[in-house]
Structure formats: structure tokens, C-alpha cells
Design a binder for this molecule. Structure first.
Ligand code: SDX
Length: 392
């Protein structure tokens, strides 16, 4: 048997480096996030989502000509095949939009199947198609599940404004579109999180980039990861009032329940993205009216800091993002698909980086099962002590 003593098991691979990367960096003690060395606060103030996506994927800020060409390519490729739309029409309206997104992202691979991974043109085409089409697919499912025909993307609108237009079937206020664009920028990349790790593992087998993104979408959907933003709103609605915050949280802590939108494997202080998202929410409230759930959220942050701050549990990116999206008219179960729209940029950057110096992921394990067992004849097997559930 393999020598067990040599391999170390770290639950959740905590603290284990799965790759060398130059895409982004997080200092969890100081609450710092950098994309290609640039602080997220500076990018949020001076850049936009597509320019930042270019920076993440190709490693440097584009020239004016490079950015214009990239934006033009993205506009040109926003539409999705009718056959993918027809496929989406067969999805149940009650299905979760993340499942619809995972299925349709994988379906792109049926149309652009070749795996020309050594061909820079193929790589760029995959990057453009995924960044351009994912928002269209999210908006299309939303309209179709309401019984409407999807609206065509508009070339005269920016990336963020076009998504909100396709979703709401009307143009969006410029401030709202700008704030949404910054939200996408903030969610674009975050080192070796679970969905990015999924993307790299899938990429390391040299499969197609559509399977890579579909794998990452599936991972992002869980409530411990990107799915938390949707859970936060549910929690705020359940609390219902500022007065009810403390009793609600004390009960959660008593039950050792997880408070959605709080805690992080890396940040042991407030997530810097949460701070920026909070300021964006306040800008929206100023222009479009207050949201009582913001007062509840502020009280939650205060109580959790008092009760769990010493454990390094503070708001993460998912805590305030939902309040911004609500104000932008985005339905709650689309919050995580919106996270996915942004994170496609980071997943693609990691896909390219993995291909540049690839070795297929194949970790080991610490085996704690049986050895030298034998087959038991049917007549000697027993149901004793088993809770035998059957589903029909
Ligand atoms: C994202 O990794 C990334 O970068 C992810 C992300 C990105 O941009 O890609 O930042 C996006 O996924 C943000 C996280 C969204 N998830 C949630 O908000 C769900 C609630 N958070 C927790 O489930 C938790 O904080 C995790 C999953 C985010 C991190 O979990 P860890 O690092 O595995 O921490 P842990 O479970 O080992 O907990 C350590 C201690 C435990 O207490 P003890 O048993 O040691 O006494 O902290 C406690 C936990 O009970 N704890 C919490 C808590 N998070 C940790 N207690 C209450 N509520 C919480 N949210």
C-alpha cells in the first residue's frame, strides 16, 4: 500500500496552493484585493467591467484600439443560436436559473466544439463568445420563464446597460447601468475560490472552454459560495425588522447555523468588495429611494461584529450585493447568475493560465476504508439497521 505518512489531508485544501497564478491576489488580514496588481478600489473608480476583463484575461490594460476592437467583438457575438434558445424554451419555468445557465453554457460547446487549444484565434473566439453570450442566455431564460420572447441584444448599449435592457425589456438609467457595471467588475475574479478551482481542474484535462465554464457555473451555485447572495435577501426578509435582528441572530448562533453573507476562508476582516458594494447601494438609495432591508443589514453587521468579530467573521462580497441588485430590479434567483456573468472573466483568465503551463490535476487521498474484503452472497446479506429509503 502507498506510504500513508507522506500525504497530508487538509479539509477543503485550506492553505494548500493548487496553482501558481499572477491574475489576482488577496491579503485576507488587511482586506486587500488586487487584479493583476491593481487595487480593486482603483479599478472600481477608474475602469469598467470589459476593460478589467481584458486586463484579467490578457494580463495588461488594453490600448484604446485594443479595447475598441474587444468591445466591438463582444457586441458582434452577443446573440445566441436559435437552437440554444429553442432548447431553453424546453426548460421548466420553475427551474433555477443557475441550472439553466449551466446547461446552456455547456450547449455552446455543441456549436463551437473544436478544441484548438494551441490556436490563439480559437482561444480568443472562446473568450469573446462566452463573455458575450452568457448575459444573453441569463436574460433569455428570465423572459422565457415569464412566457415572453427573449429580446435581441442591442449593439448601441454598453455591456452592463445591454444586460439590464435584455432583462427588463426597457433601457436603464445611466447611473444604474454604471453601478451594475462596477458590480460586475467587483465580482470578476477572486484567486482560487471553489468555482475557479473547478474551472482549473476541468481545464487541466484539455477539454473545451465551454465545459470549463459549465463546470464552474455548477460550482458557483452552491449557498456556501456564489449562491449566498440569494440566501442573504431571504434572511433579511425573514428577519423583517431592525428590532428582530438580534433575537434572530442569537437563535442562529445558538443553533450554530451559518449566517449567509458572512465569513470567508481568506478574509478575516470585512471583504473590501462589501465596502464598495455598500457605497454603491447607498448611491442607488439616494437616487431611487431607501430600502428598509439596508437598515436591517447594517444592524446585522453590527451584531455579528460584536458576536463573531473575534473569530474573523465579517461581511463578504455576498452580503450587500443583493441589496444593489434588488434596487436594479433584478429578481433574487438571478443574483447568482449575475455573479456568474462577471466571474466568467476570472474563469477564462485561469483557463488560459492553466493551459500555459498545464499538468492535469490528480491529487491523492488518505485512504481510511477496508482492505482484503470478500464478496457476500445475496442470501447472507441483511437489511438490519439500514434506513432504507426508496423514491418513486
Ligand atoms: C464567496 O473563496 C472565495 O473567494 C469565494 C468568494 C469569491 O469571490 O469567489 O469570495 C465568494 O463564496 C463568498 C462566501 C459566500 N458564502 C457565505 O456567505 C456562506 C456563509 N459563510 C460560511 O459558510 C463560511 O464563512 C465560508 C464557507 C464562506 C468559509 O468557510 P470556512 O473557511 O470553511 O470556515 P469554517 O466553516 O471552517 O468556519 C470556521 C469557524 C467555525 O466556527 P467553529 O466551528 O470553529 O467554532 O467560523 C464559523 C464556523 O462555525 N463560521 C460561521 C460562518 N462562517 C464561519 N459561523 C456563522 N456564520 C458564518 N457565516
Amino acid at each position: 500500500m502507498a506510504n500513508m505518512s507522506v500525504c497530508e489531508f487538509r479539509p477543503g485544501l485550506e492553505g494548500i496552493a493548487a496553482a501558481q497564478s499572477s491574475i489576482s491576489c488577496v491579503d485576507g488580514q488587511k482586506g486587500i484585493l488586487e487584479y493583476r496588481g491593481i487595487r480593486i478600489e482603483e479599478l472600481a473608480e477608474k475602469s469598467n467591467f470589459l476593460e478589467t476583463a481584458y486586463l484579467l484575461i490578457w494580463g495588461e490594460l488594453p490600448t484604446k484600439e485594443e479595447l475598441e476592437a474587444f468591445e466591438h467583438e463582444i457586441r458582434y457575438h452577443r446573440r445566441i443560436k436559435y437552437r440554444i434558445q429553442d432548447m431553453m424554451k424546453c426548460f421548466p419555468e420553475s427551474g433555477h436559473p443557475m441550472d439553466a445557465l449551466q446547461a446552456s453554457a455547456a450547449a455552446l460547446g455543441l456549436f463551437y466544439a473544436r478544441r484548438d487549444l494551441d490556436n490563439p484565434v480559437y482561444i480568443r473566439a472562446a473568450v469573446v463568445r462566452l463573455l458575450a453570450k452568457i448575459p444573453t442566455m441569463v436574460a433569455a431564460f428570465q423572459l422565457m420563464r415569464k412566457g415572453n420572447e427573449p429580446v435581441r441584444p442591442r449593439d448601441d448599449l454598453s455591456y452592463a446597460a445591454n444586460f439590464l435592457y435584455m432583462l427588463n425589456e426597457q433601457e436603464t438609467d445611466p447611473l444604474a447601468a454604471h453601478i451594475f457595471d462596477i458590480c460586475l467588475l467587483l465580482h470578476a475574479e477572486h484567486t482560487m475560490n471553489a468555482s475557479t478551482f473547478s474551472a482549473r481542474v476541468t481545464a487541466s484535462t484539455l477539454t473545451d472552454p465551454y465545459a470549463v465554464v459549465a463546470s464552474a457555473v455548477g460550482t458557483l451555485g452552491g449557498p456556501l459560495h456564489g449562491g449566498a447572495n440569494e440566501e442573504v435577501i431571504g434572511m433579511l426578509e425573514e428577519i423583517g425588522s431592525v428590532e428582530n435582528v438580534r433575537p434572530y441572530l442569537e437563535d442562529c448562533l445558538e443553533r450554530k447555523a451559518r449566517i449567509m453573507g458572512f465569513g470567508h476562508r481568506v478574509y478575516k476582516v470585512k471583504d473590501p468588495r462589501a465596502t464598495i458594494l455598500q457605497s454603491l447601494a447607498e448611491k442607488l438609495f439616494e437616487k431611487f429611494g431607501h430600502d428598509k432591508y439596508y437598515d436591517i443589514a447594517l444592524e446585522m453587521e453590527h451584531v455579528i461584529e460584536e458576536r463573531l468579530g473575534q473569530k474573523g467573521i465579517y461581511p463578504n462580497v455576498d452580503f450587500y450585493s443583493g441589496l444593489v441588485y434588488r434596487k436594479l430590479g433584478i429578481p433574487t434567483d438571478l443574483f447568482t447568475p449575475v455573479f456568474a456573468i462577471a466571474r466568467v472573466a476570472g474563469w477564462l483568465a485561469h483557463w488560459k493560465e492553466q493551459l500555459a503551463e498545464n499538468r492535469i490535476f490528480r491529487p491523492t487521498q488518505v485512504y481510511n476504508g477496508l482492505h482484503n474484503s470478500h464478496y457476500i452472497p445475496m442470501e447472507k446479506r441483511s437489511l438490519l439497521g439500514k434506513d432504507h429509503q426508496t423514491i418513486y
